[in-house]
Design a protein around this ligand. Sequence first.
Ligand code: DGY
Length: 322
Amino acid sequence: MGGKIFLTRTLHDFALKELRKKYQIEIHSGKIPIPKTKLRSKIKDVDGLICFPYDNIDEELIKEGKNLRVISTYSVGFDHIDTEFAKKKKIRVGYTPEVLTDATADMALALLLDISRRMTEGDRVIRNGKWKEVYGAFDYVGADLQGKTIGILGLGRIGSTFAKRAKALEMKILYHSRKPVSKSKEKTLNAKYVSFEKLITQSDFVSIHVPHTKETDRLFGMDVFRKMKKSAFLINTSRGKVIDERDLAKALKKKVIAGAGLDVFEKEPIDENHPFVKLQNIVLAPHIGSSTKETRMKMAEITVKNLNLGINGKRPIYSVGY
Ligand code: DGY
């Protein structure tokens, strides 16, 4: 079955070639995210939509898609899509888990190493010509990881893979999730289940691996930061809305916690006036958790497969709910 497809961003050539064989396609190439008015006008007559995490595919927008049969997101997260409403309208929603697990766990590790060893900060020192002034016993002093406690919130695919990395670094692993994982998995990962309270109070590093839901919305606010160790670092590669960004900026400025490494933000892209941008004790990445050549190609492949299945009324390989 043919039809019209709209992509809010381009994909790899092989994926576009595959799509062009079957559909009439149109791609947004301007600013990110595509302005809502433009997306609203585009969705009106398409059969399939390929979107990204920064696109807000809400009820109002989905209603405009009179012919829409499938929304295929190029991401594991789907909190940017009103999946309940899509289901009501019998619109399939596909997403891309599994293939990006390693890359995203690696990104959490990269942020952990970067913020604990002040690498990006050091890079700024060199580029700003300050190395000659700042180089003594107490400069660029970071934190050891070996023997320190890492608190992992959410021990799903990415959280567990990150735990494997933390184990290799000889860190003590605490975790909290809706329910404990099996004893054998705990043993393999050398991870101990604790309450959320214990996780935040006892950890030297906290890494967030939960989706954004009503329960996790702004879970990390000033009340949590005050309970964390002053020397603690917060890592987030899941979703920005799990953190209250204003509170985090205040907590970092006042040294309530020591630092943070973030790959995700409440509203992406963040602009240059965001309070985080002025802070030294934070590493910022532009939502690139899944961004390796290999992973991004696999994601493109699944995104297209999900779209093909959904447009034909079939369940995508990775399908949300319906
Ligand atoms: C996703 O795909 O949802 C992740 O945020 C990857 O970084």
